[in-house]
Write a protein that binds this ligand. Sequence first.
Ligand SMILES: [Zn+2]
Length: 275
Amino acid sequence: MTQQLTWLATVLENAGLKVAEVPGWQNRGRPIPMGVVKGVICHHTGGSKNGNMPSLNLLINGRPELAGPLAQLGLGRDGTFYIIAAGRCNHAGSGIWEGETDGNGCFIGIEAENTGGSNNPPGAKDRPFDPWPAVQLDAYRRGVAAILKHIGVSAQMCCGHKEYRLPLGTKPDPHTIDMAQFRKEVQALMDGTALPPPLIKNKDLHDRPTLRRGSSANPKFLVEAVQKKLGFAGRQVDGKFGPSTEARVRQFQRDHGLVPDGIIGPKTWVEMDKR
Ligand SMILES: [Zn+2]
């Protein structure tokens, strides 16, 4: 059965976002159809600190006590939207937002990859703290804005799971995001009054350019030097900043407490100089 939300991919792509369609998404969903879509609930996955979207299979398949799919959309650390399902998903549980109590029936769920850990108190049995990459937060706001615009409602119809789920305090997600501020930013995007996202500086103090995947401005000798620092050897050191270099840069950034955006800007250069 083709499910209802088959517009998801087009709407996100038209908003200029990176989209990865999970095969079969148009036909995936719980057996009961959704009702009229009224808004979006924002979540974090609580998954592993490694990789771009390590929770993807869990979101597709669910777990023994909760059948999948667990969300229509996954949001990777690099800002890619994974389109998982076009039908109803098990993401909301019982709760209320703006008078709506059928969470799975009238809200689209977005699960953004993040450990949700606090490291507080240090040494507690907790997942590691996981700061949101700017590129992921930016995509989060833009994706929500595009969906709400498509269904014809204001930013007020986007809430955090922590605001929806009852009793309040049961759910912490999405952690460290001030949802009132998030809604303001989403509304500004919908109104066309948002400021452009801050750019990473083009050069560091030593005049080294910011390196990123696929950029034709990457000097080959600098990419080669980076690849060697990241443990590439032999023919792997090719001076081309492709997917494998990007993945290794992200891992390096995670290992050193940096935002894992896969881009070598001033802060990552400083950390690389210590290696
Ligand atoms: Zn949640």
